[in-house]
Design a protein around this ligand. Sequence first.
Ligand SMILES: *Cc1c(COP(=O)(O)O)cnc(C)c1O
Length: 397
Amino acid sequence: MSETPQHLSAAREHAHRETVRARAEIDLGALRANVRALRARVAPQGARVMGVVKADAYGHGAVPCARAALDAGAAWLGTATPYEALALRAAGIDAPVLCWLWTPGGPWRAAVEADVDVTVSGLWALDEVREAARAAGRAARVQLKADTGLGRNGCLAADWPRLVGEALRAQADGLVRVTGLWSHFACADEPGHPSIAAQLAEFQDMLEYAEKAGVEPEVRHMANSPATLTLPEASFDLVRTGVAMYGISPGPELGTPADFGLRPVMRLSADVASVKQAPAGLGVSYGHHYVTDRETTLALVPLGYADGVPRHASGRGPVLLGGAVRTVAGRVAMDQFVVDLGTDTVEPGARAVLFGPGDDGEPTAEDWARAAGTIAYEIVTRVGGRVPRVYVDDEPE
Ligand SMILES: *Cc1c(COP(=O)(O)O)cnc(C)c1O
């Protein structure tokens, strides 16, 4: 008899049935190849790779992607929230993990006990870490984050001496071990932007201050994907790559994924739910923003904005269906949208591919980003929980 708890097997059965409608295939072989390409790129600078798996690995599934990244030699994993980091530990992943987005009252003690590196940008956080370390009876692994000009999270230069001093005091008390010093770029996707050199210089100054004060970091890091791909001098000890690991270029102006030796990992597709002959003059979908101008064939694709298909791509999003790339006709609805096939036709159940690596002529996430006026990061990250992730492994030999 099966030992699977009933609600779990029901969830699995549900996911299986949902793949009949639509699925996001995740090519873990491509992800591993991307990690190896990124490692090779930064190895000459003596840097290693942190695979960023926040936001459910940009919609690709945190645990399978974390495991694949580690298999391919990623040295660290990174998450935004502490709960994302703890979920990796709960899945049995014991590699170094850093998380960086904390709020007061966060799970500091659980993070300390799970050996997760926590990020501290200000004194309130250091106070909470100290208290958690005391309660846990062990030192917390703490990385200090510098705001070198992003103007978001992180400690500004004016407040840095105080934060470094307090962190070293906590270290002397055995409550903390300062394991890392790091920062984040504002405009790394715009090579030559004056803020890049200014942030690098500021980071060097803040590193120098902390190291002179007595911090001996295991890792110093600053680069995200765009910096990893365009700015070797920003590699330091570690690069924090997210989007590049998923085979997406951080910006179309920088180059295509192939230009960087990367391959898109996600392929989003759905099976056509209905095909019908329609007369000229038929208004299609909410608001009738599309009206057939001749007798034609309409196909219904069962994916909508609840599944992450951007409503902003109404009338613009590209879909490979019936051997050609077509355009969403009218509004994207919550669960579905329509494609006008003209004089072509397909059978119900035909596969509509919204995006993938592009090998078979299908659009890419970048194409959807352009259609929706956003970035490809948002396209993959928004793919909803109703779409099952199906893991495949097409690793090139
Ligand atoms: C999301 C994030 C990254 C990864 O950025 P990519 O451009 O996807 O590589 C790196 N560092 C921090 C602090 C982040 O929040």
